[in-house]
Design a protein around this ligand. Structure first.
Ligand SMILES: [Zn+2]
Length: 165
């Protein structure tokens, strides 16, 4: 009998924007594993492939490496971007869409992978989950129906340009 030893429940909780939550392979460490979520800290591997995820989540570099390979995803792609760095670029978004053919959702994470803001189904900015007070926010009601303030991608790129100026 093989007993799978679950990793301890340390790390951030991953929240998928869609319901029900699809089988998700996270290609980065520092996340909790659940029934639907498996963590592959070293990136894509045979065991990730055997898991047969419907969704793959990870930083842009890891996902970019996968784009040329035969990896099929049925549900979605979640791209992690990090506090203080620029958001997902339009060209990367296009490239991911062409390579995987599934909706792309950006999630904005803090230093311990805590979810700060997440893109919704309407794809018009990232809804703030926590923090982000210093960033410019859009406060009109989103097409998805949520009134949670949103980070617009354009605002984040401007913001970063101001920081670097
Ligand atoms: Zn929304």
């Amino acid at each position: 009998m093989i007993v799978r030893i679950r990793r301890p429940h340390t790390g951030a909780r991953f929240i998928h924007p869609l319901h029900p939550e699809p089988r998700t392979a996270i290609l980065a460490g520092g996340f909790q594993e659940t029934k639907a979520v498996r963590v592959f800290p070293r990136g894509w591997s045979d065991s990730a492939e055997r898991f047969r995820p419907a969704c793959i989540a990870g930083p842009p570099e890891r996902l970019r490496n996968l784009a040329g390979k035969v990896v099929s995803v049925e549900n979605s792609l979640i791209v992690f971007t990090y506090e203080g760095k620029s958001g997902l670029s339009h060209s990367d978004r296009e490239m991911f869409w062409k390579a995987f053919g599934v909706p792309v959702f950006e999630q904005y994470l803090g230093p311990r992978n805590e979810l700060l803001a997440m893109e919704c189904d309407a794809h018009s900015g990232l809804h703030v989950v926590t923090g982000c007070e210093d960033l410019r926010l859009e406060r009109d009601v989103c097409a998805c129906g949520s009134s949670a303030p949103r980070l617009s991608r354009a605002a984040r790129i401007e913001e970063l340009a101001e920081l670097l100026a």
